[in-house]
Design a protein around this ligand. Structure first.
Ligand SMILES: C[S@@+](CC[C@H](N)C(=O)[O-])C[C@H]1O[C@@H](n2cnc3c(N)ncnc32)[C@H](O)[C@@H]1O
Length: 400
């Protein structure tokens, strides 16, 4: 999801009410009747992932399908073409293993996979014939759709090269996935932390304030040296730690590359985000009615980059770099890609202008250029420097 996608308007006009998924509302209501108010994390988990009914697992929803938002790879394949260059460099650093696995979590219908494979072909990279691309998704139907799309555009061989690997020698990617992991909502009251639960009023879901459901919430903030001022609301994703630990364990040798909208903890929990960062997205609109359109709207919160870094470190990964999407793409030579396409006699002026405006959007710091790119490694040569983190180099060392 792309908070600054130009097609997307925040809170303009009347709230978009697309209705709830009725069976999901029933399930949530029953759970509340039986157990009392549920945490927002539990509500979010079921609203997004309830088998067959959630936003990402139901029949009617999902990015691209109902056009709720566009992700960077859906904006233009140039995003994937640039990423292909990073993967090519990594392949050489690892000694050109075959197969070289790219495991993409949250691969959706495959826009990034297709662009990466096309990008390798455009660059005549030998990695194109060594790559084994795998999609990890929340629903089997999504994986099927992914495989159908990647095969249809000429890359079926990249899906099944070699036996199915358990551990990854290669790269694990996740673009715009972490912001969908469930979050708890908290608020500071007179020096103590309270949690914001979801209750049922008899007619609709409502907010309900109570004691924190787990001491891990306060502990997370204390670990990050965060003291919330009175009245400040915030989100805490405990699911993030488990996700990073699980995914890091899949990596035998290579790179974990995470791209998402987020901030280091001191900024995420700073005065600019006093109301928290949770938003609902439906049909190119961002709004704050988190408890409506249950199962039919996306729910997302900015990612706590400090928590991600600490979880990766605990999992034994080496921090390779953290930068913005703008610097990452520039480091990978997105400008050269643009010039080469301009110089190509087969490029029409329309396609060139489309490409150029997409590149501007992808690197614009006021738009998606502000996304965070985080790279962690295992088993890479000591002092390996990735090209995507080379935008700011002082005496050969990146500035973090
Ligand atoms: C915003 S879309 C991004 C899709 C794609 N990465 C892209 O950039 O176009 C989020 C995708 O992540 C998937 N997803 C959400 N949570 C996930 C999880 N916990 N594990 C794997 N996939 C997940 C969704 O089904 C959806 O396809």
């Amino acid at each position: 999801m792309t908070p600054f996608e130009p097609a997307l308007r925040r809170d303009e006009g009347p709230t978009l009410d697309v209705g709830d998924e009725p069976r999901l509302v029933e399930l949530l209501r029953d759970e509340i009747r039986t157990n009392g108010p549920i945490t927002f994390a539990r509500f979010m988990e079921r609203a997004l992932y309830e088998p067959g009914l959630g936003y990402y697992t139901g029949d009617a929803a999902g990015p691209g399908r109902s056009g709720d938002f566009l992700t960077a790879p859906e904006t233009h394949p140039v995003f994937g073409w640039a990423l292909a260059r990073q993967l090519d460099e990594l392949w050489h650093l690892l000694g050109e293993p075959v197969p070289f696995v790219v495991r993409e979590h949250g691969a959706g219908s495959g826009p990034l996979a297709v662009a990466i494979l096309d990008g390798l072909a455009r660059d005549r990279s030998a990695l194109r014939d060594a790559i084994r691309y795998q999609a990890v998704e929340v629903d089997e139907r999504r994986v099927k759709a992914f495989r159908a799309r990647v095969s249809a555009v000429g890359h079926p061989d990249a899906l099944d090269r070699g036996p199915a690997p358990r551990g990854v020698v290669g790269a694990i990617l996740a673009n715009e996935v972490l912001d969908a992991l469930p979050v708890h909502r908290v608020v500071a009251r007179g020096g103590t932390l309270r949690e914001l639960y979801v209750d049922w009023s008899g007619e609709r879901f409502v907010e309900h304030e109570g004691e924190p459901s787990t001491a891990r919430l306060g502990a997370r903030l204390r670990d990050e040296d965060i003291g919330l001022p009175d009245g400040q609301r915030a989100e805490i994703s405990l699911a993030l730690d488990d996700w990073v630990a699980r995914v890091a364990a899949e990596l035998d040798r290579g790179l974990l590359l995470l791209i998402d909208y987020g901030y280091p903890a001191r900024e995420l929990y700073g005065p600019r985000h006093a109301a928290g960062t949770l938003l609902a997205y439906v049909r190119h609109r961002a709004h704050h009615d988190l408890l409506q359109n249950v199962g039919r709207q996306d729910l997302t919160a900015h990612v706590d980059l400090t928590a991600v870094e600490r979880a990766a470190e605990r999992a034994g990964l080496q921090r390779l770099g953290v930068t913005t999407q703008a610097e990452f793409l520039v480091g990978l030579g997105i400008g050269e890609l643009l010039s080469a396409i301009q110089a190509d006699p087969s490029t029409s002026i329309e396609s060139y202008l489309g490409l150029r405006s997409s590149v501007v959007r992808l690197v614009d710091p006021a738009a998606t250029g502000r996304f965070a790119v985080m790279a962690f490694g295992r088993g890479l040569p000591v002092r390996a420097r990735l090209r995507g983190f080379g935008f700011r180099l002082v005496d050969g060392a990146p500035i973090d």
